[in-house]
Design a protein around this ligand. Structure first.
Ligand SMILES: *Cc1c(COP(=O)(O)O)cnc(C)c1O
Length: 821
């Protein structure tokens, strides 16, 4: 290798960057500066930055291969990566140089970076967690590969028309994706459908063969995942479905060429679109096919790597630690058994040992409707051989249960991998638990509730398998990249080691009492708010006051997250101001954002409620200078990067016991927002870390929710006994916010008054009182700023680097394997 050339591309000087950029403009885009579109300029810059990463990427793969490093394989149906360009420049340590080089060409870096279409290959928190985790794995120099699906259409693009959500397809690949390299040479073949046959092999052994109805090819697309300021670039490998080489030969031979080609289109449908449901499951055949497809591709890929290294497949667990991000990839347990037993002729017992030592399972939910189960008939149609394998796993497992718990028949049916209470289902969480050596929840409270509730019977079987790993988020993207003002202020105060070792952010604590620092901190928050205000005006036409309190709730729209509880508070304030126009309230801007699943009518109605209340409040001269309500469309990673740094107040108001962890709560705290929240998910730990004075707590605890439900809960009592709540619900129900249409919000309000499954009416008064406390605190700007700084300074625990260290020690038993440069 020509060292000078390698250096030229990997560690370019400013002149080198400019030359590479102009070269790519000409040789990749075939344009000149004079006629280039903004997209041409973005593409040229992206290719320039990509060149800087390729040597590290190549060296990393070579190093892992040479050292036979044990690799973490993170299997996730979603990776919500966010835009790559800025993050890669940051992790390369080239931000200043690149900005300067681009400026010298008369261009603006941020302007070009804003051209990038973010790969929205996830719904929300779960997919974003996978993205933070692979950033941390690379930054900690842990050998790892992320495996997922290269959806042609990611999460839909949300627009708001007449106050309602409208979904548009997300054509993120339209202008090409400069961050991926296709590796057709590592394509694999996937079987689907059909039937199984038994036969006796040459050694006289009884065997099973899967005769599929169809096959599709899986083609890997790799993206480099560069760690922060290290010489490690791991891989994100996403699979695309294509027709197999010899697609449909019989049809072809009959001369029906076009008929055969149309089957090709059918194969490609497999990875066409991401299912837009968050925290629920529709049991659709194509979704099961997607899950099996990417899991089988990934396992075959890992076996290829293992065999290439000259290692026996019986030592697979020594080469790979596979983490299942929820149950979406849980079919991997049965698939690894099939590959080992049917294709590699390993005996069942040994294959099962290998499988159990390979997998670990992360549970993400306590909501029953989100626990994946597949109708047995559907499952058998798509994966006939896997159903047989699951029956065999189940028979052996239930035998173990029978011996442990003599005569406990109901325990057997509770634990079975097959739900036989009505129509029969395959229970994916059960398959994941039985096939894994470790099971974890994603926050302390969630892990405790799992042991007590959802997975109690598995806990009784194997208490030693259970552990907690509290979620985290990467401080690179969520502070260093998205909040450059705060980043440079903090680095001036304590140096910049905190970006790599986020526990050191605690060194900021003494600055909470430094008047000069506090003034700078406050000015930065204001600048971030001005910037967000500009976006809000541009995208919604609503003008907001950057000196008002920015009260923010951004996350998927879901009843359990209780966006409508925040609306009840807004309506209560509005009602008070109308009754007493001279009332002294702190001016607030309520900012909402989030997508609703397209088929989740109540969630879509909550969006309509927010926008409708906003229409009235924002245009009422009596209140509009004091209250503003904005719904920012298409909440995404890109939008989040502007929003979290501009928030004063973070709304984390789910009913206790419903939110597994939350990660948005962590991003807000790191960026200096104070939280108003319930004792739910990671809120509990955030409050513990930042201190009760820095956290506005309200609402029932999970214990109290259980107790109230057991006693019997009657929402109408709360309606009758609380005059303001009564007035608020009546006002919405009357059609006041819907131009007199008393039917529009009836489904929401009637549910609250009759069943209220998420207990908004119980927590209402506590919430509204707590908001009063928020107001009082906010009036003392110095005090608020002090608490804001303390939030950021005490958020060290919530780096995903800490989460990954926990997994590495407790679950995967792997350590760093630095790549020498
Ligand atoms: C962090 C994040 C989420 C998760 O937010 P929660 O408040 O934890 O539900 C969802 N979507 C995007 C785009 C995010 O960045």
């Amino acid at each position: 290798m020509n060292a000078a050339l390698g250096r030229d591309r990997s560690l370019p000087t400013r002149e080198g960057l400019k030359r590479a950029f102009l070269d790519h403009l000409l040789y990749t885009q075939n344009k000149s500066l004079a006629i280039a579109s903004r997209n041409d300029l973005y593409q040229a810059l992206a290719h320039t930055i990509r060149d800087c990463m390729l040597r590290t990427w190549f060296d990393t793969a070579s190093s892992y291969k040479a050292k036979h490093s044990r690799m973490v394989a993170y299997l996730s149906a979603e990776f919500l990566m966010g835009p790559y360009l800025g993050n890669n420049v940051l992790n390369l340590g080239l931000m200043d140089e690149v900005k300067a080089a681009i400026a010298e060409l008369g261009l603006d870096f941020d302007d070009l970076a804003n051209q990038e279409e973010e790969p929205g290959l996830g719904n929300g928190g779960l997919g974003r967690l996978a993205a933070c985790f692979i950033d941390s794995l690379a930054s900690l120099e842990i050998p790892a590969i992320g495996y997922g699906i290269r959806y042609e259409y990611g999460i839909f693009y949300q627009t708001i028309i007449d106050g309602w959500q409208v979904e548009n397809t997300d054509k993120w690949l339209r202008y090409g994706n400069p961050w991926e390299i296709q590796h057709a040479e590592w394509s694999v073949e996937i079987k689907l459908g059909g039937r199984t046959e038994t036969y006796t092999d040459d050694a006289g052994k009884f065997r099973v063969r899967w005769v599929p109805e169809k096959t599709v090819a899986g083609v890997p697309f790799d993206s480099p995942i560069l760690g922060y300021r290290v010489n490690t670039a791991n891989t994100l490998r996403l699979w695309r479905a294509e027709a197999t080489e010899a697609f449909d030969f019989p049809t072809f031979n009959r001369g029906d060429y076009l008929g055969a080609v149309s089957k090709k289109v059918t194969s490609e449908n497999l990875t066409k679109v991401l299912y837009p449901n968050d925290e629920s499951d529709q049991g659709k055949e194509l979704r099961l096919e997607q899950q099996y497809f990417f899991v089988s591709c990934s396992l075959q890929d890992m076996l290829r790597i293992q065999i290439n290294r000259g290692q026996p497949v019986t030592e697979f667990h020594l080469a790979f630690a596979i983490q299942l991000n929820d149950t979406h990839p849980a079919i991997g347990v049965a698939e690894l058994m099939r590959l080992l037993v049917d294709e590699h002729q390993i005996v069942w017992e040994q294959a099962w040992d290998v499988t159990r030592q390979t997998f670990a399972y992360t549970n993400h939910t306590l909501l029953p409707e989100a626990l994946e189960r597949w109708p047995l008939k559907l499952f058998e149609r798509v994966l006939p051989r896997h159903l047989e394998i699951i029956y065999e796993i189940n028979a052996r497992f239930l035998n173990e249960v029978r011996i442990r718990f003599l005569g406990d028949e109901s325990r057997l049916s509770r634990l079975s991998l097959i739900d036989e209470s009505g129509e029969r289902y395959v229970r994916m969480a059960h398959l994941a638990c039985v096939g894994s050596s470790a099971i974890n929840g994603v926050a302390e409270l969630h892990s405790e509730l799992l042991k007590r509730d959802v997975l109690a019977d598995f806990y009784a079987m194997w208490p030693e398998k259970f552990t907690n790993v509290t979620n985290g988020v990467t401080p690179r993207r969520w502070i260093a990249l998205s909040n450059p003002r705060q980043t440079s202020l903090v680095s001036r105060a304590i140096g910049n080691d905190w970006i790599k070792d986020f526990s050191r952010i605690k060194e900021l604590e003494p600055f909470a009492d430094d008047a000069g620092f506090a003034a700078d901190w406050q000015a930065i928050k204001r600048d971030n708010k001005i910037e967000l205000a500009g976006q809000l005006l541009q995208r919604t036409g609503i003008r907001v006051d950057p000196d008002s309190m920015f009260d923010v709730q951004v996350k998927r729209i879901h009843e359990y997250k209780r966006q409508h509880l925040a609306v009840l508070h807004i309506v209560a304030l509005y009602h008070r101001l109308k009754s007493d126009p001279n009332l002294d309230v702190v001016p607030r801007t309520f900012i909402f954002g989030g997508k609703a699943a397209p088929g989740y009518h109540r969630a879509k109605l909550i969006i309509k409620l927010i926008t409708s209340v906003g229409d009235v409040v924002n245009n009422d001269p009596a209140v509009r200078d004091r209250l503003k309500v904005v719904f920012l469309p298409n909440f995404s990673v890109t939008r989040g990067q502007r929003i979290y740094p501009a928030a004063d107040l973070s709304e984390q108001i789910s009913l206790a016991g419903k939110e597994a962890s939350g990660t948005g709560n962590m991003k807000f705290a790191m960026n200096g927002a104070l939280t108003i929240g319930t004792m739910d998910g990671a809120n509990v730990e955030i409050r513990e870390e930042v201190g009760a004075d820095q956290f506005f707590l309200f609402g029932l605890t999970a214990e109290e929710v259980y107790a109230l439900r057991a006693r019997g809960y009657s929402p109408s009592d709360y309606y009758r006994n609380n005059a303001e709540l009564h007035a608020v619900l009546d006002l919405i129900r009357s059609g006041f916010f819907s131009r007199g249409d008393a039917n529009l919000f009836a489904p929401l309000i009637d549910e609250l008054m009759h069943t209220d499954p998420y207990m908004l009416l119980v927590d209402y008064q506590s919430y509204v009182d707590c908001q009063g406390e928020v107001d009082r605190t906010y009036r003392d700007t110095q005090d608020w700023t002090r608490r804001s700084i303390l939030n950021a300074a005490r958020s060290g625990k919530f780096s995903s680097d800490r989460s990954i260290r926990d997994y590495a020690e407790r679950v995967w038993k792997v350590g760093p394997a630095p790549v020498s440069s």
